[in-house]
Ligand binder design. Structure first.
Ligand SMILES: [Zn+2]
Length: 99
């Protein structure tokens, strides 16, 4: 099953997303503001401001899914690091682990 996120589903309408100025341009997935590969450092900073780590992981997973379709052929390992590798969430023990 292919996961996609559409406006109106609640994920893309989050106040955090509306506050992010550095958004991706499709199908290149370069930042509209700075031209770097998205999520660029400013976008990551803005997105990391979300208190809802599960929401952020779901949002970035949806973007990864769409980018994998746009950036063919893309290395799954490289794309995972780009879209999800920078996410961290607190483990139950209180330690930080990569998602
Ligand atoms: Zn940017």
């Amino acid at each position: 099953m292919r996961m996609t996120w559409k406006r109106g589903t609640g994920v893309a309408d989050s106040p955090v997303i509306q506050a992010v100025e550095h958004m991706a341009e499709r199908p290149s997935w370069d930042c509209r503001e700075c031209g770097q590969s998205w999520p660029c450092a400013p976008a990551r900073d803005d997105l990391a401001g979300s208190d809802d780590r599960i929401w952020l992981a779901m949002y970035m997973s949806g973007n990864l899914d769409q980018a994998m379709g746009d950036l063919v052929p893309a290395s799954p390992a490289v794309m995972f690091d780009r879209f999800l590798g920078w996410l961290q969430q607190p483990a139950r023990t209180g330690e930080l682990v990569s998602v």
